[in-house]
Design a protein around this ligand. Sequence first.
Ligand code: HEM
Length: 221
Amino acid sequence: MLNNFIFIVLPYAALALIIFVTPYRYFSNRLTWSAYSTQFLERKTLFWGANPWHYGIIPVLAAHLLGVIFPGPMKAFLGNEFNLLVFESIGLALGLFAVFGCLILTLRRVNTPLLKRVTFASDWVLLYLLLAQSLTGVYVATFMRWGSQWYLHTAVPYLWSLLTFNPQIEYVTDFPLVFKLHAAGAFVIVALLPFTKLVHMLYLPFDFLKDPPILYRWRTK
Ligand code: HEM
């Protein structure tokens, strides 16, 4: 029952929401299609949070995707012990870097009163979810060795079975709870993506390079 919910209901609900709500948000309210900058309110801690977070999580997510898109070549590559060790060590370092960044970003919001006013419920939910997601990821990588290898033989065929609308959850139902939490967390994050500032992930900000500088003015006398 719980397995069906985590591995069938959640991913398809997330897929439906991202397919139908995202275009609605794009066409109905383009102005909120960004990560609502707070850099002008606080910039020092932001630097130590946003940089490690993005430089850590983007390659880790790219590695997740690489496994899904090229399972064959990845199996061959990680079949070599040296490659596996290097790949996993770099992955773990990047995962820890992301956890560090996300922790700093969360503490920044908690400890800066000015920021609390512009932090909405959806921001808190997202921050805590991303933190939990990175922590469960690092836990799996550390205590369920060698994840990058078994992922290709279990989670990847399961994800493909979802994409071909023939869910085969037997690939993943015997995993420990922490893996299930990690998968469920991913689907919840994807489901929330079109409703939160995380939607900025879908927009590569190359146009910013052409934009004129933005002038901020205080509204006080
Ligand atoms: C929002 C989506 C996701 C995020 C942000 C995320 C984040 C992470 C992070 C930060 C790590 C630690 C990387 C490391 O230390 O090596 C990790 C590892 C892992 N994740 Fe995810 N993940 C996501 C989705 C998923 C999904 C959908 C699955 C499979 C169903 C999955 C399976 C794994 C596995 C097996 C590992 C361990 C890899 C290893 O041992 O090297 N993740 N994830």
